[in-house]
Design a protein around this ligand. Sequence first.
Ligand code: ZN
Length: 199
Amino acid sequence: MPHCFCYCFRRIEAGSNIVILNYFRKRRYLKRIDALHESLGIPMDYARVHKLPLCPEAQGLCSIGPDIFEREQRMIPPAANAWRSMKTSAAGEQIELQVVSAFRSVEYQAGILRKKLEKGQAIGEILMVSAAPGFSEHHTGCALDLTTPGCAVLDEDFEQSNAFEWLMENAGRFSFSLSFPRDNPHGIAFEPWHWAWRD
Ligand SMILES: [Zn+2]
């Protein structure tokens, strides 16, 4: 059956091209991250020590509206839909969830680190609270930093809020979870505000 063979071969060939394409894309991404890390003085064993996976930079993002600073924020569409449902559900119980930050590009993350270095902070100290470029969940378009009225932004006090209590009880229903609880295996400071949608 030459026709069938030919068809299958084309399919396999097309599949291999995708694998090769992904391989080169990943290699290019790794090279870009590596160069950024070198310029920022990030230790070479960073990913291994913090047990953090490389986070791809999301494509095809959609708007989730403005954050508390009136900046437009974006997520990948399924995460954005889950976020809208979660926010609406919380609002139904008089809990106001507000966005501080969602998608962040690799370049944006590098800029955050550069600013801190310019202020004289040591890279080790910075990496306790900020992920290295390429290793922030915010690159994936699935992560959110949240707050609620009356709470200082990106502050551990968020843990004491009704919003945090609501999230601990309900976020799982929307496939969101806390990425960095206390004593997490990544050695990252406790971040009660940082939630990520997982497929
Ligand atoms: Zn975050």
